[in-house]
Design a binder for this molecule. Structure first.
Ligand code: AGP
Length: 604
């Protein structure tokens, strides 16, 4: 969600702040702003919409200073207006914030008793007001921030700058990540390593409850008990700096085309010698039940894996969206593996669900793309998704890598539990090893998929259908289309069609059917016939055998290479992604940063 950058530099910082905010655009935002302190004076510039508006403002109304903070805002409290954009200031304090201050109304009421009234609709302004109030009572900036942070409820990352202090930034972390970067005589604070990568490769990740006092000569960190804390300095992976589009028009298409490569990397890591290989702690002889929790696209990879855990490994598996799971307070049996799946590793609901399961499940594991994230660090065991940095808000390569690793995990569970022989496990791995090649063949069909997408794009609404492992694929296809093209889309298990959604079918409703020639093919095709009988416009996505048997009457067909039930949902995700991408191209939407969406959803 919101992006944060802070710099104590030895040059003018405004250009660097804006350039860094550009690198944070991928997180999703609707306004941006920067503040500097120059000759002791705090000042700020803020603008709604894309960063170019802030840059234009700075051309006409520059901001001098060698110490500054910047922010991209994803609105939570209050509309995306200039007034609500960060930094928020009160007296000698200015602050940027990612997250939510849950008790801001109570704090406002308390501050009103001291004659302080807010001028914005935001929760963040209350933080600046409270710190300013403490300073007015005689506290130093350091004392004021400690007292302020102690009074806040919620999840947040905060970065403060102060009037009259050109060599001090104060950062506080509770719930949302922050990293301190070390330069030569310069110091940086960023909401992630991507922000800091061009300036430094040496960073310290703050822990929960930490407050960091940053000056040009270094950083002093205290923990949640205000005791001095030593935090490691780590080198940012080289890959953190590799965020260019490599000749692609969008990050999304670059990431779609990276899938054969990153799936091969995942297969190499988790099945290096022809059998699945996972850490010893994942001992499925000690596990009777798998509980998987995630949000959005990660939830659909879990739903797919449920079929695999149950069918391949014979182990009961439950899947939940994190926002429901965390408040349902489900009973947990002791021999449970709780697995949390998240690309960003910072999704607030998934993190809260993980914390609920800690000490209840036999083992709490995570499958996460960002190794330094909260969900990776707080799990007993973190499995890496190995997709490389995913910049596009719409998840693509992280999804197919999640699926690939979960397929291997289900085979691993089956083998450990004696549900299948070693030979059968090896056969599954060989099957999965064929995926990169199958994916390349599917990507070669992009021109044909683009034509299908262009035909679908004018429709106000589209229905996706699938059975078995193709049901979560249909759900993911509908989510991708909504996210990118803003076309309304729904997905149903095709067996559910006649229980209601069939009422929607007429000559105008496009219906996309995922139907590889598997053991459920006949059943899916029967449902498709019910659509055709009512003049629905069917696009059939199948393989050569399926196309030969069921193309008649369909408006369009896409023939993918033949794939097993383990490989099919991974392979069929590619046309789902490409349909969404090309429909969005046809509609001219903002592909890498769709409206209202954020890459990392750090509030519930
Ligand atoms: C995917 O395209 C979406 N942007 C979204 O549904 C995402 O998968 C969800 O917010 C979960 O994010 P996470 O994987 O980072 O936890």
């Amino acid at each position: 969600m919101c992006g944060i950058i802070g710099v104590l530099g030895d040059h003018e910082v405004a250009p660097l702040l804006v350039e860094t905010l550009k690198r944070l655009e991928y997180r999703g935002y609707d306004s941006a702003g920067i503040a500097t302190v120059n000759n002791g004076v705090l000042d700020r510039r803020r603008a709604t919409g894309k960063l170019v508006n802030l840059s234009d403002l700075l051309v006409h109304n520059p901001l001098a200073g060698k110490a500054g903070i910047g922010h991209t805002r994803w609105a939570t409290h209050g509309a995306a207006t200039t007034g609500n954009a960060h930094p928020h200031s009160c007296g000698p304090v200015t602050v940027v914030h990612n997250g939510i201050i849950e008790n801001f109304r109570e704090l406002r009421a308390m501050l009103a008793n001291h004659g302080l009234t807010p001028s914005t609709e935001t929760d963040t302004e209350t933080v600046a007001m409270l710190a300013a109030h403490h300073m007015a009572q005689g506290m130093t900036a350091r004392e004021a921030v400690k007292a302020t942070v102690a009074a806040l409820h919620g999840a947040f990352a905060l970065l403060f700058l102060f009037q009259g202090q050109e060599d001090l930034m104060i950062a506080a972390r509770k719930g949302s990540p922050l990293a301190i970067g070390y330069g030569k005589g310069e110091m940086f604070v960023g909401s992630d390593a991507i922000a800091l990568a061009p300036m430094t490769d040496r960073v310290t990740y703050l822990e929960e409850g930490d407050i960091a006092f940053v000056t040009r000569s270094g950083v002093e960190i205290i923990d949640e008990n205000h005791a001095h804390a030593n935090r490691d300095i780590v080198r940012i992976e080289a890959s953190a700096t590799l965020i260019d589009k490599r000749g692609h028009k969008h990050f999304m298409t670059k990431e779609i085309h990276e899938q054969p490569t990153v799936v091969a990397e995942a297969l190499g890591r988790y099945a290096p010698s022809g059998l699945p290989s996972f850490p010893d702690r994942l001992d499925f002889t000690q596990i009777d039940r798998v509980v998987m929790v995630a949000c959005g696209t990660g939830y659909y990879s879990c739903l797919t894996a449920k079929y695999w855990f149950e069918q391949v490994a014979g182990i009961p598996c439950e899947v939940d969206v994190a926002s429901e799971f965390r408040y349902r307070e489900p009973p947990v049996t002791p021999r449970t593996l709780a697995l949390f799946v998240s690309q960003s590793g910072e999704t607030a609901d998934t993190l809260a669900a993980l914390r609920y399961m800690k000490d209840k499940a036999a083992i709490v594991a995570s499958l996460v793309n960002v190794g330094t994230s909260s969900i990776a660090r707080e799990a007993d065991l973190a499995l890496a998704i190995l997709a490389g940095i995913e910049v596009s808000v719409a998840s693509t390569k992280a999804y197919t890598n999640q699926l690939t690793i979960l397929a291997l995990l289900a085979v691993h569970a089956a083998r450990q539990r004696g549900h299948i022989s070693d030979a059968a496990a090896r056969a599954h791995v060989i099957d999965l090893m064929g995926l990169p090649d199958l994916m390349r063949q599917a990507l070669a069909l992009e021109p044909q998929i683009a034509r299908i997408a262009e035909d679908l794009a004018p429709a106000p609404s589209i229905l996706f259908l699938g059975r078995g492992v193709m049901y979560p694929t249909a759900l993911e296809a509908a989510l991708k289309l909504k996210e990118l093209s803003y076309i309304h889309a729904e997905a149903y298990a095709s067996g559910e069609l006649k229980h209601g959604p069939i009422a929607l079918i007429d000559r105008t409703l496009p219906v996309v059917v995922f139907a590889p020639h598997d053991r459920l093919f006949e059943k899916t095709v029967s449902n498709m016939q019910e659509v055709l009988a009512r003049h629905g416009l069917v696009t059939l996505i199948t393989d050569a055998t399926g196309a030969a048997l069921a193309s008649e009457g369909t408006a369009a067909q896409l023939i993918l290479p033949t794939a097993s039930e383990l490989c099919a949902p991974i392979l069929y995700a590619l046309p789902a992604q490409l349909i969404a991408y090309h429909a969005a191209m046809a509609k001219g939407t903002d592909i890498d940063q769709p409206r209202n969406l954020a890459k990392s959803v750090t509030v519930e």
